[in-house]
Design a protein around this ligand. Sequence first.
Ligand code: 5GP
Length: 190
Amino acid sequence: MDLLKKRIEEVGDVVSDGVLRLDSILNHQVDPDLIMAMGREFAVRFKSSNPTKVVTVESSGIPIAFATALELGVPLIFARRKKSVTISEHVYEERVPSFTKGIVTDIVIAQKYLNEEDRVLIIDDFIANGDAARGLVRIVEKSGAELVGIGIAVEKSFQNGGHSLRELGIKVESLAKIASLTDGKIVFES
Ligand code: 5GP
């Protein structure tokens, strides 16, 4: 998606060889026009598989997932990061390492919002090692719903998340693929 690549070139802040900061458009301040364009693009790419729910995990995936859900005309569910140690019987729960925070968090979705009649599109802002996406995939599996695919705004293709999910036969679509962040330079995959 050329518009996203252009904005990444303009505002992307390379924090290290492995991390890109997009705080002015995606991860802190949010650019609504860009987010809505991403939602339209995901809707085009996944509409034919008739999703009934869009699923993401809080917090940075929410605006893009919302835009996608709005465009598809279906609800958005965002998995919540559980802060309490009490475990409800009525949630699907998965333990997920956080790439940016360096900690492990438990993510939960209430069972009443996801069931075997659903067709789920997972949306997230970045994919690195794929832990967040895999956690959501496992929650979808537990619910009995069908996974129609995964839409990612920025795939860092020098990390293994996207590849490993495609190897499982999952349709993974990313709007910008970054081949390298070495030496502070953003190099897109052609
Ligand atoms: P993964 O679970 O695939 O290793 O990492 C994905 C999650 O970590 C995303 O939900 C995103 O919030 C965060 N993340 C991973 N890499 C980056 C990055 O380079 N920049 C930012 N801002 N977030 C990232």
